[in-house]
Write a protein that binds this ligand. Structure first.
Ligand code: ADP
Ligand code: MG
Length: 478
């Protein structure tokens, strides 16, 4: 026998052996037995949770659905897209698993849907590293602490609510108060290697608006946008948020500084509520089933710093406080797991003060670790003065407060216009972190000067001694 013929024979024997040891699995098809709302029930096929099936209708068209639960022999499915023409007994054919997407540099400046498929008419990305949809959690002991301030280009945040690299912040507000505009400002002004934007469950019109106006051509160059508007099925909205996080994780693992913006976290939770209720999970807090409160930290914990030397994901999640209710269960749960929250106030927005940041209710939990003591003192002074005015606002506006009764309040009244001006910023105006802190220092020096005058007027020497120069160490802030 020639060597060639023996090689062919050997290959045939190897293939036959393999077929005996690893026989190809027979795909067992099931049948659709029930459909209530968006939830589908099928019997006869064994597919694990997370697996996908193709449902074939009477006219032969196929719809993809994902297994989201089971009960006895029944599996519960949720469609991936719009479903038309389903009837009882429709064939349910198991498909390959969808549990991640391929991520590479090619994703930059692209707009994708919840499956990671292009929305911008471009080609599908079929190369790059495979990233699972539910990324691996980071060992909390290996996480690098938040140490470095991040310049977000917004004065009020840079100076008073300083955010660090790897911090996860919430942006809390009712609708139409300026969340998207503020997110857009931060997208354009923040120094980051890659920006991942997840537009989850908001209006379809907003997607184009955000890309064209808020991100702009320059911003889009280093950004990846995942857009899943409100009319998409709940499963897609959940996937969208996870896909955005997986992409951010990929770039972080490459050592990049990533900015992840998710608008909105509330819509992600609402999608999970829709899905869970549809398959029969009982509602608990204000209609939200317990799985919502389990999925929320799972998503948010994937952002943040990785190990020392690796990259970071600084994340901003918007949280809708419906009817401006800060006690909403999602707002409550999000506040507890995030590293700080910026609250936008409708009252300020109505008065035309943008960004409508309510300094009294907002906090950055990492701020103390990343700013100098001098800056912290300035921040506390600003807060004290802003707050005393707000507490006495009603008295002042009805004229019930008599000047001279409370020196700090007199001063706060005097300084109020300057404090407000400090918080205001146009949507196309960038203020870097050093300028923000310098302006805060100047503002507070003005305050000290007026304090000194007051002391001289009253003949009290001890207040003057309070007026020490507060050094501003910009080196620490850099
Ligand atoms: N910094 C700003 N300067 C001027 N107007 C603003 C600013 N931020 C928000 N607005 C106004 O508020 C409206 C709603 O803002 P948007 O960000 O879309 O709200 P949300 O995302 O909270 O629903 C905008 O269309 C704009 O008119
Ligand atoms: Mg919005």
């Amino acid at each position: 026998m020639t060597t060639n013929a023996s090689k062919v024979l050997l290959n045939k024997i190897t293939a036959a052996k393999k077929a005996i040891i690893e026989p190809e699995k027979l795909q067992v098809e099931g049948r659709l037995t029930r459909m209530v709302g968006l939830a589908l029930e099928a019997e006869g096929c064994e597919v694990p949770v997370g697996g996908r099936c193709e449902i074939i209708t009477a006219d032969g068209s196929g719809h993809v659905a994902e297994v989201v639960g089971f009960s006895g022999d029944k599996i519960f499915l949720m469609p991936n897209g719009e479903i038309k023409g389903l009837g009882p007994g429709a064939r349910v054919r198991p498909m390959s698993h969808f549990d991640g997407i391929q991520v590479s540099e090619q994703l930059l400046s692209r707009v994708l849907d919840g499956n990671g498929d292009p929305l911008d008419g471009g080609e599908k990305i079929t190369s790059g590293q495979f990233m699972p949809l539910n990324g691996e959690p980071i060992n909390p002991l290996n996480r690098h602490p938040i140490e470095q301030p991040l310049d977000v280009g917004v004065r009020a945040i840079n100076a008073l609510l300083t955010v660090g690299r790897g911090q996860r912040m919430g942006l809390f507000a009712g609708s139409g108060v300026g969340k998207s505009v503020l997110l857009g400002m931060m997208t354009r002004f923040t120094e980051a290697d890659v920006i991942v934007v997840g537009l989850i469950g908001e209006r379809g019109r907003e997607v184009k608006e955000f890309i064209e106006h808020n991100l702009g051509v320059e911003g889009l160059k280093k950004a990846v946008v995942i857009a899943v508007p409100a009319d998409q099925p709940p499963l897609m909205r959940l996937h969208g948020a996870k896909v955005a996080t997986s992409i951010a994780e990929h770039f972080r693992d490459e050592g990049k500084q990533v900015l992840l913006l998710m608008d909105s976290l509330t819509r992600f939770c609402q999608a999970q509520r829709e899905l869970a209720l549809a398959i029969g999970e009982p509602p608990a807090t204000k209609g939200y089933p317990p799985s919502v409160f389990a999925k929320l930290p799972k998503l948010v914990e994937r952002a943040g710093n990785a190990e020392q030397g690796a990259g970071s994901i600084t994340a901003f999640y918007t949280v809708l406080t419906e009817g401006d209710d800060q006690q909403d269960p999602i707002a409550d749960a999000a506040r507890a797991i995030l590293d700080g929250h910026i609250v936008l106030s409708r009252q300020l927005a109505d008065a035309g003060q943008y960004p409508a940041i309510d300094i009294e209710s907002s906090v950055s939990r990492a701020q103390q670790q990343i700013i100098s003591e001098e800056q912290l003192e300035l921040v506390n002074q600003f807060r004290a003065m802003y707050s005393i005015y707000q507490q006495n606002r009603d008295l002042i506006s009805v004229g019930a407060y008599e000047r001279g009764t409370e020196p700090l309040l007199d001063e706060a009244i005097e300084m109020q216009p300057a404090l407000r001006r400090f918080l205001q910023q146009g949507m196309n105006e960038k203020v870097d972190i050093n300028d923000s802190v310098d302006e805060l220092l100047q503002l507070m020096q003005q305050h000290r000067a007026s304090k000194q005058e007051l002391a001289i007027d009253n003949g009290t020497a001890e207040i003057i001694s309070d007026n020490q120069h507060i050094g501003h160490n910009s080196g620490v802030i850099n």
